[in-house]
Design a protein around this ligand. Structure first.
Ligand code: NIG
Ligand code: FE
Length: 416
């Protein structure tokens, strides 16, 4: 048995069970001067227990201890950046106009196709490791830069190889991202539903599906077809919704029992009401809003006040959100969308874990997985308040027998 004691934390943030929404925020507790004891990667006590001589001890004096971040929307694994497209956007070109035969998603598909498996894994693993050092202990991986059945399968297999190489646990999503050149949307979606998804399930590659509903990609009728296929295969359902225009995808996701609707910059009042009444999470991705300098923000305040499940992710991708740090995402969510610090933290941990279907993490509680982050801050209010300070000084992620990859402890002495 391995025991780890994190002692004398200035503040420990304790969330109630399940996703935190509406009045659930009243049950959040901030405990001062607390010690957390973990056994074999599971939290066994929160309080004042004295460590035994044989215990590993981390002195958390002056630190705030929070659950490990769960990044519930990333586009890893991918290969290469697209900074020149960003520079073009800063000169006035629209994202929609870059997206085409050679640019945007199609460019990333070409970069991925031309790179060796080793190069893709090295590039992506370096990012995942950097995410760990910034406190991300669970993350989503997606395909969507393959754009053919074989190339999507390759990207999904690379996602599984990446998962084997990192200490974080992952959830893998098959993303139907763009209409391949020379194909019709319906034809590609049909092939995805009939061939790609069953094959990916048979190989044990995927946990969820996602589709990009937008004028430059797919329509709701395609999302409905994908939803049916996902249900038949017992996969979770996610959707890129209303990033560039109001197209009722938020309401659609709520009615069809999707796990999440992501982006939501153009969500209408009907969409707000439908999401608030449902168990479909609103996943907000302020890194993309920031990068694209979008004036239209999702109605975050209305969603939160109406009792929706709100979660956060980086949307890490080379086109619209080259951002991999959840503390930065929390800062952007507070500054651009008006989330309160405790709402942003719940969205980046407990609620994001709920989106990915992990019931055992995202909160500090007896019996929960001991994925923990030490912030060199006296309280969570400092994360967005001092955004240019990297606050993460310790990360505890996984344990042998639990993730299979061994426990990773980046202690407060080893500045990550
Ligand atoms: O979530 N909007 C669609 N997909 C990504 C961008 C992908 C890309 O440009 O490569 C997003 O923002
Ligand atoms: Fe995305």
């Amino acid at each position: 048995m391995s025991r780890l004691v994190i002692r004398d934390a200035a503040q420990v943030v304790v969330f109630p069970e399940g996703p935190i929404r509406g009045p659930g925020f009243d049950d959040v507790r901030l405990i001062e001067n607390a010690t957390i004891t973990c056994e074999d990667g599971v939290i066994v006590s929160i309080g004042e227990e004295e460590p035994a001589e044989t215990d590993d001890v981390i002195d958390a004096t002056g630190c705030t201890v929070i659950p490990g971040f769960v990044d519930c929307h990333t586009h890893l694994p991918f290969y290469g950046w697209r900074a020149d497209e960003d520079a073009a956007r800063l000169s006035g070109v629209r994202y929609q106009d870059i997206h085409g035969k050679e640019g945007g998603i199609f460019r990333s598909a070409r970069l991925l196709a031309e790179a060796s498996d080793e190069d893709v894994l090295a590039f992506s693993q370096q990012l995942a490791t950097s995410m760990l050092h910034r406190g991300t202990t669970t993350l989503e991986l997606k395909s969507g830069y393959g754009l053919s059945i074989e190339a999507e399968l390759r990207q999904l297999r690379l996602a599984r190889l990446l998962a084997d190489a990192i200490p974080q646990e992952v959830s893998v999503t098959c993303l139907i991202h763009a209409v391949p050149n020379g194909r019709s949307a319906g034809e590609y979606v049909g092939e995805v539903c009939d061939v790609l998804l069953p094959k990916a399930v048979e190989e044990g590659l995927i946990d969820a599906v996602d589709i990009y509903v937008e004028t430059i990609a797919f329509e709701l009728e395609h999302a409905a077809r994908v939803a049916h296929a996902a249900e038949a295969l017992s996969l979770r359902k996610k959707v890129h919704a209303e990033q560039l225009a109001d197209n009722q995808t938020g309401s659609f996701a709520a009615r069809w029992g999707f796990a999440s609707a992501d982006h939501l910059n153009h969500l209408s009042n009907d969409g707000i009401a439908d999401l608030c009444e449902s168990d479909t999470a609103a996943v907000l991705l302020p890194g993309a809003t920031f990068t694209l300098r979008q004036e239209k923000k999702p109605p975050a305040r209305a969603l939160l006040d109406g009792g929706a499940i709100v979660a956060l992710g980086t949307d890490l991708n080379p086109g619209t959100s080259p951002i991999h740090s959840m503390p930065v995402v929390i800062t952007l969510a507070c500054r651009l969308y008006g989330l309160r610090p405790v709402e942003a933290l719940a969205a980046a941990t407990a609620n994001a874990a709920h989106v990915l279907g992990f019931a055992d993490r995202g909160r500090i509680a007896v019996g929960a997985k001991a994925d923990l982050v030490l912030l060199d801050l006296p309280s969570i209010d400092h994360i967005a308040y001092r955004p240019d300070e990297d606050p993460v000084v310790g990360v505890i992620c996984g344990v042998e027998g639990h993730t299979g990859n061994g426990q990773e402890v980046v202690g407060p002495d080893e500045n990550p």
